[in-house]
Design a binder for this molecule. Structure first.
Ligand SMILES: Cc1cc2nc3c(=O)[nH]c(=O)nc-3n(C[C@H](O)[C@H](O)[C@H](O)COP(=O)(O)O)c2cc1C
Length: 158
């Protein structure tokens, strides 16, 4: 039996997630990033997190080259930022407030958590690559997250 891909997408979309922008950099320290909900907290001891990046993403080669990434967990007011970082060819960082971390990664202002990682393992994941990162630094403001469910953005009920 072959799986219908549209149906698979619909079924997977019923898993509610937060939304992140994962950033990395090229050899000249230029920031790159994309919207990602394939993020998981993997292990506390040792501290590990994982992300999955589409091999067809324009910024894929930067993830392959830099071996370092930052996860920006978006807050409920950051839907537009999610849309921008999910748009191929967009000037993603233009006009968006961000600052550089100690490791030179772009941290988006207004994100509710920043998690910086160094890649320790990577695995083939079909059309994606799974990057497992050792968590170097992690911080949260404790604010409310943006939610993605059934292909739409949501807020947690008050
Ligand atoms: C809510 C949401 C979640 C996404 N999650 C992922 C993901 O986990 N991994 C991924 O590679 N792309 C994901 N995407 C798609 C990328 O953000 C999008 O294709 C992006 O433009 C790719 O980066 P590029 O502009 O460098 O090609 C997601 C998009 C949305 C809207």
């Amino acid at each position: 039996m072959t799986i219908d891909l549209q149906e698979l997408r619909r079924v997977m979309g019923h898993f509610a997630t937060g939304v992140t922008v994962v950033t990395t950099k090229d050899g000249e320290d230029t920031p790159f990033g994309l919207t990602a909900n394939a993020f998981a907290s993997l292990s506390l001891d040792p501290p590990l997190a994982l992300i999955c990046v589409d091999k067809a993403a324009q910024c894929y080669s930067c993830f392959e080259g830099s071996k370092i990434f930052a996860i920006n967990v978006l807050g409920e007011e950051q839907e537009e930022i999610s849309r921008r970082f999910a748009t191929k060819g967009a000037q993603k960082f233009n006009g968006i407030p961000w600052h550089k971390s100690e490791s030179g990664l772009a941290l988006l202002d207004g994100a509710i958590s920043h998690i910086e990682c160094k890649v320790v393992y990577s695995y083939d994941g079909g059309d994606h690559t799974i990057y497992v990162g050792e968590v170097l630094r992690a911080k949260t403001t404790g604010e409310r997250p943006l939610i993605f469910f059934r292909g739409k953005y949501h807020r947690l009920p008050e």
